[in-house]
Ligand binder design. Sequence first.
Ligand SMILES: NC(=O)c1ccc[n+]([C@@H]2O[C@H](COP(=O)([O-])OP(=O)(O)OC[C@H]3O[C@@H](n4cnc5c(N)ncnc54)[C@H](OP(=O)(O)O)[C@@H]3O)[C@@H](O)[C@H]2O)c1
Length: 360
Amino acid sequence: MKEFRVGIIGATGMVGQRFALLLADHPWFKVTVLAASSRSAGKTYREAVGARWAFKDQPMPEKLADLNVYDAGKDIEKIASSVDFCFCAVDMKKDEIRALEEAYAKAECPIVSNNSAHRFTDDVPMIIPELNPEHLAIIEDQKKRLGTKRGFIAVKSNCSIQSYVPALHPLRKFGIKQVLACTYQAISGAGKTFERWPEMVDNLIPYIGGEEEKSEQEPLKIWGSIENGAIVKAQSPLITTQCLRVPVSDGHTAAVFVKFENKPTLEEIKAAWAEYKGEPQDLQLPHAPKQFLNYFEEPDRPQAKTDRMLEGGMAISIGRLREDTLFDYKFVCLSHNTLRGAAGGAVELAELLAAKGYFD
Ligand SMILES: NC(=O)c1ccc[n+]([C@@H]2O[C@H](COP(=O)([O-])OP(=O)(O)OC[C@H]3O[C@@H](n4cnc5c(N)ncnc54)[C@H](OP(=O)(O)O)[C@@H]3O)[C@@H](O)[C@H]2O)c1
């Protein structure tokens, strides 16, 4: 694989810092440009991040620390012309993010985005690489709309759904009718640590703004199909969710209840999980977990602290599968929200795009 020059837009933020760590020694991607707001522009990465560096056990990569931080809004042409593609994770208003990402795409710089702004744009693929890589085909329609040769936007889904949608995906062959999922979400999903959010110690907050709507709607786009230049959402299953913030640093857990058209046996469900492989596994992408879905027989697994780093935080852990009184089955699953659910998922998506020639 050739080496690609990469920019990180929003490099100073929590997700941007994760990108910096994941990309510092990446075999295919070399970070050459960092960008953030005008507050950080003109400083070195070390100066711009300062005390905001969020990873106590992992220092800022030395090879990035002295890079100049650009102004993501003002330096679009300069950045676009000096990289092969950019990751984007910024905290701005949705309409501003939509405009910023389109401006980069129109400047012929592909954008792999962590932001939610374009998740429901009809011709923007929202990809979990193991689940719906076929949606990348919509990029050709998007390029026609934008009038670009190589510029486009591809997004990853919200972190909450990456705990339970991967586990449901191989079970669709049994006809999933109804899903109830309660998510127990880590504080890093709000860009926080316990030092910066002491109110979360010994606490639970039963509300995460906008999260339940995303958790119910995004799976239907992931399971949708391409029709006439748009991704049309799947009509089923019916999904209801409740999303709670819990005092866990990293790792989103979901308690899932599911009803099928053709109820499988327990063994058929476990076999579907054990056997499931996606394109990232076939292509042996650098960030693809070898075993994507992992079932634990122990009754007290998966646990956030013990299991979130499975396969570098990119694998999904599942446990407690059993029959239910209202639904057919219930189970619990876990994924690392800032690795699989955020920067890691975006890096794996970029690897898939690179392997398929989208950055050439
Ligand atoms: N945290 C998670 O686990 C997670 C998971 C999935 C998705 N996301 C999404 O990822 C995005 C970033 O989240 P985060 O937690 O990393 O946020 P964050 O820590 O608040 O960082 C925000 C970043 O955006 C930059 N920024 C703010 N205003 C800007 C502007 N006007 N122009 C250019 N850059 C600007 C900031 O630069 P300065 O430092 O210069 O202000 C910083 O680099 C959000 O859309 C969030 O919803 C986060």
